[in-house]
Design a binder for this molecule. Structure first.
Ligand SMILES: [Zn+2]
Length: 115
């Protein structure tokens, strides 16, 4: 997969309220050209039907740790789970921009602060 950084940026912009994993799975199922776009290759068949074994493996590895590329997920520093950042913004006195966000890990309840 070439220009993966650029593609991850596009995917993150387009996923809206879905997790990146859900969005990619949805695109892979609904968009016949998704794998042509992802691999920059003019596959003969739609969807993943023309992928080589190596490409299938490459995609599987890519999806294995897709959470680390999801702009809206943070890793819990206690349990290591990935949870959506739905934190409350915390403001300093007289400041209009938050200095950090607090949120709980939905998996273990750990309270975290993110700058
Ligand atoms: Zn946790």
């Amino acid at each position: 997969m070439k220009n993966l950084e650029e593609k991850l940026k596009v995917l993150n912009e387009r996923k809206e309220n879905l997790d990146l994993r859900e969005f990619i799975e949805q695109e892979a199922t609904n968009d016949p050209n998704f794998f042509r776009w992802l691999f920059d290759e003019e596959f003969e068949k739609d969807f993943a039907e023309s992928l080589t074994d190596e490409q299938e493996e490459e995609f599987a590895v890519f999806m294995d740790d897709i959470e680390q590329h999801d702009d809206s997920l943070k890793k819990c520093d206690y349990c290591g789970g990935w949870e959506v950042e739905q934190g409350k913004a915390r403001y300093g006195d007289g400041y209009w921009t938050p200095y950090e966000y607090e949120y709980n890990c939905a998996n273990c309840g750990n309270l975290m602060f993110i700058d």
